[in-house]
Design a binder for this molecule. Structure first.
Ligand SMILES: Cc1cc2nc3c(=O)[nH]c(=O)nc-3n(C[C@H](O)[C@H](O)[C@H](O)COP(=O)(O)O)c2cc1C
Length: 188
């Protein structure tokens, strides 16, 4: 099982990455093969809405997003990891998602179906400082549609509220154990 973890926070070693590391341990414990990518390290431009992908299903921008299309196609499971920024995904995660417009065009305009029926699944891991009931609604909805464009079934999320400072998640008892368990479920 190939699992791709896309880290959307610019803060290295922060809450979402700490949770993602625990998820990774869980995936690996059940034999999954994990590759992690820090989106903030990539030089990638936002979607230019040029329509260039409409006919080909391929993005015309040539930058460090390019290899990610192939990595996403290869993965059996994709985990998008993002802190909540202004009630949505981080800019890094959103740029990744918007660039998946090329996959949306591939699927819905070019009618090129991809690994249909192979049960590819996608997940969201997210952390946020506050605790409101609707805190993750926007991030979940956006992530669902990003995965839909990629012909990946949205299969669930692991969310942590009330973590603001860099390592705050370490103070919440049991969170990393639960994240590891979540990783096991993803990897099985
Ligand atoms: C630009 C910015 C916007 C944020 N917006 C929100 C928000 O709308 N709601 C919230 O609860 N936390 C918000 N936060 C806090 C982060 O979501 C929280 O600290 C998270 O755990 C950070 O994860 P990280 O350590 O992986 O970067 C924001 C933080 C930043 C830097």
């Amino acid at each position: 099982m190939k699992v791709l973890i896309l880290l959307g926070s610019p803060r290295r070693g922060g809450n979402s990455e700490t949770v993602a590391e625990a998820v990774k341990r869980g995936v690996e414990a059940v034999g999954g093969e994990v590759e992690s990518v820090h989106l903030n390290d990539l030089q990638m431009r936002p979607c230019q809405a040029c329509g260039g992908c409409s006919k080909t299903g391929r993005c015309i921008l040539k930058d460090e997003m390019e290899p990610l299309y192939g990595k996403c196609d290869d993965a059996d499971r994709i985990i998008l990891v993002s802190p909540v920024y202004f009630y949505g995904l981080s800019a890094q995660a959103k740029i990744f998602g918007d660039r998946m417009q090329a996959q949306w065009a591939r699927r819905y305009l070019c009618r090129e179906r991809f690994r249909r029926g192979e049960g590819r699944r996608g997940y969201l891991v997210s952390t946020a400082a506050t605790k409101g009931e609707r805190l993750f609604e926007s991030a979940i909805l956006t992530t669902r549609y990003i995965f839909d464009a990629m012909e990946v079934e949205y299969a669930g999320e692991f969310l942590v509220r009330g973590v603001e400072e860099k390592k705050a998640v370490l103070q919440q008892e049991g969170v990393l154990d639960r994240a590891e368990l979540f990783g096991r479920e993803v990897g099985e």
